[in-house]
Write a protein that binds this ligand. Structure first.
Ligand code: 5AD
Ligand code: SF4
Length: 440
């Protein structure tokens, strides 16, 4: 047997891409590849790309440019582009960057072994189909490597909502839920390999409606309650949710299910009813605020996180002030905010754009407000006791870093802090990006 071939994967964008990169590495593991952290050593470089905003795609092209030298030195080096840019612009990538050997979309990465073989024969390999076979099933059951304490698990993919700014319905396709049994099998397997916390992933994860063992459609809440019964699994999270799919059983689970963590990412995008309508969000400001109230009634200490877009076409100063006002009412513990980015092929791309300088000012103001809220919520943790799951060693001697129930990073220096274990920690300090505490 020859020496193992080396695979370097760089992942952009969302957590689903992180999950997909793991699956792709496993798929190529069957072809004799092991992963490496340095592109210089690699026999294959794979960029797992994101298409959600303009800059993301541009980054891919400049990254590819950086590998030109490597490819010249090592003609056998294979370069592949995967993910959502591959899906959207596969053919164009091959034209613009002739050094790319292989292009694979998010729905066909189980076919990577064949594509790799084709590229090995010096042919260009491109697959951006939406195949009927189940990529998750085909990739199942590779070697049972030990895992870290946290893992992602994709349960739902795609989106049927067609927000006017978003490419996801085009790159990831229609909404599909994986059957309950498959999810449970994968979860049990992860737990056997050392995982203590699972984050269920989906572009619209709370719209999950997978086929249950009884033949009926199961909701996300029902799936969570079933996962709750797995011994050794200590924590459950899910992301990303749409306000319209926040069903009563899921809200109730936040109050009743001990393993479901008190953190909810619930993007609203804008606080202006006019803009929400133009975004095709199908919820309004008031329904969102009432929903947050209901969720907090079920779980008063829940940490709310959100996504915001500023400078959406036709957004006026008043629309933006409405967003600021909504943020003040909700009080976010975490948020991701973006300047609107025109995506070709989406409805909003055709509309009157906001002056980029105006959009930048709004983004800065919004981010300042969010940072203030985030910091206040984090500071208020001082003196409280929280569960912390330790994930890795910290930078200082003897220090461990973990995540609290609320997803804050927490530093602890104590020999009892062990990777993969959960301890009760009293928070003693709040820094710019993390907390520090002592085991009680
Ligand atoms: N421009 C800016 N932000 C966008 N998002 C999605 N599409 C765009 C776009 N065209 C943001 C939304 C979404 C998050 C994942 O990315 O806030 O919730
Ligand atoms: Fe995009 Fe809207 Fe679907 Fe989220 S709900 S993936 S923002 S279309």
């Amino acid at each position: 047997m020859g020496e193992a071939k080396k695979l370097y994967i760089k992942t952009y964008g969302c957590q689903m891409n992180v999950y997909d990169s793991e699956r792709m590495a496993e798929a190529l593991g069957g072809q004799g590849y092991v992963t490496t952290d340095s592109p210089e050593d690699a026999d294959m470089i794979l960029l797992n790309t994101c298409h959600i905003r303009e800059k993301a795609a541009e980054k891919v092209y400049s990254e590819l440019g950086r590998f030109k030298g490597l490819k010249a030195e090592k003609p056998d080096l294979k370069i592949g582009v995967a993910g959502c840019v591959a899906q959207a612009e596969g053919e164009e990538i091959m034209r613009r960057q002739p050094m790319v050997d292989l292009v694979v979309g998010p729905q066909s990465y189980h076919r990577l072994p064949e594509l790799e073989a084709k590229a090995g024969q010096g042919q260009k390999a491109l697959d951006t189909d939406f195949p009927v076979e189940d990529k998750f099933e085909i990739l199942k059951s590779r070697p049972k490597a030990k895992r870290g304490p946290t893992a992602f698990l994709t349960v739902q993919e795609g989106c049927d909502k067609f927000c006017a700014f978003c490419v996801v319905p085009y790159t990831r396709g229609a909404e599909v839920s994986r059957p309950v049994i498959r999810v449970l099998d994968e979860a049990r397997d992860l737990v056997e390999r050392g995982v203590r916390e699972i984050t269920l992933l989906g572009q619209n994860v709370n719209a999950y409606h997978g086929e249950g063992p009884d033949g009926a459609d199961w909701s996300l809440a029902r799936l969570i309650w079933e996962l709750d019964r797995i011994d050794g699994l200590e924590r459950i999270r899910f992301t990303t949710s749409h306000p319209n799919d926040m069903t009563d059983d899921l809200i109730a689970a936040h109050g009743e299910c001990g393993k479901l963590m008190p953190y909810l990412h619930l993007p609203v995008q804008s606080g202006s009813d006019r803009i929400l309508k133009r975004m095709n969000r199908s919820h309004d400001r008031d329904s969102y605020l009432r929903l947050i109230e209901k969720i907090r009634a079920a779980r008063p200490d829940i940490l709310i996180s959100g996504d915001f877009i500023v400078g959406f076409p036709e957004e006026t100063d008043q629309d933006f002030e409405d967003t600021m006002d909504l943020i003040r009412q909700v009080n976010y513990g975490q948020a991701f905010s973006f300047k609107y980015s025109t995506r070709p092929g989406t409805p909003a791309a055709e509309r009157a754009q906001v002056d980029p300088d105006v959009a930048s000012d709004r983004l800065a103001r919004l981010q300042a407000l969010i940072t203030e809220q985030q910091r206040a919520i984090q500071d208020a943790m001082v003196g409280r006791e929280v569960g912390v799951l330790f994930e890795k060693k910290g930078r200082m001697d003897g220090q461990m870093v973990g995540k609290s129930d609320y997803l804050h990073a927490v530093h602890v220096t104590d020999p009892r802090a062990e990777i993969g274990k959960i301890a009760r920690v009293r928070i003693t300090q709040s820094g710019p990006n993390s907390l520090a505490g002592e085991i009680v």
